[in-house]
Write a protein that binds this ligand. Structure first.
Ligand code: MRU
Length: 360
């Protein structure tokens, strides 16, 4: 591969071009990132989002820094620290920056080595998500066989598709694989307030792929589960601690509680670089990003004239609070779908993955 992936690609002149996810599903615009600051800004303002893609833009951001600062290591380190701090919860960001810096420690060709390593990380992610898709789909087939199901209803939260992690997604990878295998699936898509990653992005991806799906308000999942309309929940993750506690988009925890109460299997799909092996207790220790309250007050949509606009939906003067993520405790998670197979969410199984490299 030459650094070309679905949500981002290297241009011939070495700039990084990304799909600007802020405009989806209405417009497919792109944005060109030329400098480390551009990469940092794109992560912060959510031009790009999703744990995996944040990591990739961070890695390419280190390459952009190397190019911009003519391989000056001190300046590259300074820019890398800025990129590393651009969002706090998704650990792929820190993992990618650290790997890039470790790689160039003894390099005599810093710019090209940075470029090669950022591409290597991205290529590995492509492979990881394919494997996650295959293992997750095996799981789907098993649950279908155990329960003699003809159609399979999966609920997902936020967007963990190829817009979020190259190039098949994490939570959506088993769904793409199921489609390839000719399995009859239907996806319940949580809208995912306040930024609506489900309503805007997951639905856009599934529509494009021709996978049957229905967008539901965030509060609908429990009702569907009570009435036997959800066979499995699969979400992605932004960071999973060594004890199996999983950080993912705010609202994931409530879905896991409802799944437990209704005996619905609840799976988290993630590549190994989303584990934080040094974090012992996710509920206690994972930092939760606080975002602007404006995201709660305002909604973006298309008006009847076809113009995209932002409107306020709350009274002026009311306060709002906007936690970006929550933690689903390990005890509510049935299994973790990784590129190495499906494992139990406990320390023993998780620590066995530490230090393993991507299967080829
Ligand atoms: O705030 P976002 O849109 O970056 O949050 C994304 C999520 O929570 C995804 O579910 C998560 O990154 C898993 S997909 C790799």
């Amino acid at each position: 591969m030459q650094g070309i992936y679905k949500p981002l690609w290297l241009k011939n002149n070495g700039d990084l071009e990304v799909i600007d996810q802020r405009y989806l599903p209405f417009e497919k615009k792109t944005r060109v990132l030329k400098t480390a600051s551009d990469a940092c800004e794109a992560i912060k303002d959510m031009t790009v989002r999703g744990a995996g893609v944040i990591g990739n833009v961070a890695a390419f951001g280190v390459y952009l820094a190397a190019r911009e600062f003519d391989a000056d290591i001190a300046k590259i380190k300074e820019a890398s620290a800025m990129i590393r701090a651009s969002r706090p919860t998704a650990v792929n960001l820190m993992w990618a920056v650290d790997r890039m810096l470790a790689h160039i420690r003894h390099s005599s060709d810093v710019v090209n080595d940075c470029k090669r390593e950022a591409i290597a990380i991205a290529d590995e992610d492509v492979l990881r998500t394919q494997k996650i898709g295959a293992f997750g789909c095996d799981m789907i087939e098993q649950i279908m066989a155990d329960n003699k199901l003809k159609t399979f209803n999966i609920l997902t939260h936020c967007n963990a598709g190829w817009l979020a992690i190259l190039d098949s997604g994490s939570a959506l990878a088993p769904m793409y694989e199921a489609q390839k295998r000719g399995i009859d699936i239907h996806v319940w898509v949580d809208e995912t307030r306040p930024r609506n990653q489900g309503a805007s992005l997951t639905s856009w991806e599934l529509l494009d792929a021709g996978i049957p799906h229905t967008i539901i308000p965030d509060n609908t999942g429990g009702h569907l589960m009570q009435h036997g309309q959800v066979d499995m929940v699969i979400t992605g993750a932004d960071r999973v601690a060594a004890n199996g506690d999983a950080a993912n988009k705010i609202g994931t925890y409530l879905k896991a509680l409802a799944a437990k109460d209704n005996g619905v299997p609840f799976y988290i799909a993630l590549p190994i670089n989303t584990f934080d092996f040094d974090c012992e207790n996710g509920v206690r220790d994972i930092e939760i990003e606080m975002r602007s309250e404006d995201e709660v007050h305002m909604m973006q949509g298309m008006n009847k004239r076809g113009d995209v606009e932002c409107v306020r939906i709350t009274p002026e003067g009311s306060k709002a609070i906007n936690y970006g993520f929550d933690i689903t405790p390990a005890r509510l998670i049935t299994g973790l779908i990784t590129e190495m197979g499906v494992i139990s969410p406990n320390k023993e199984a998780i620590l066995k993955l530490k230090g393993l490299s991507t299967p080829t």
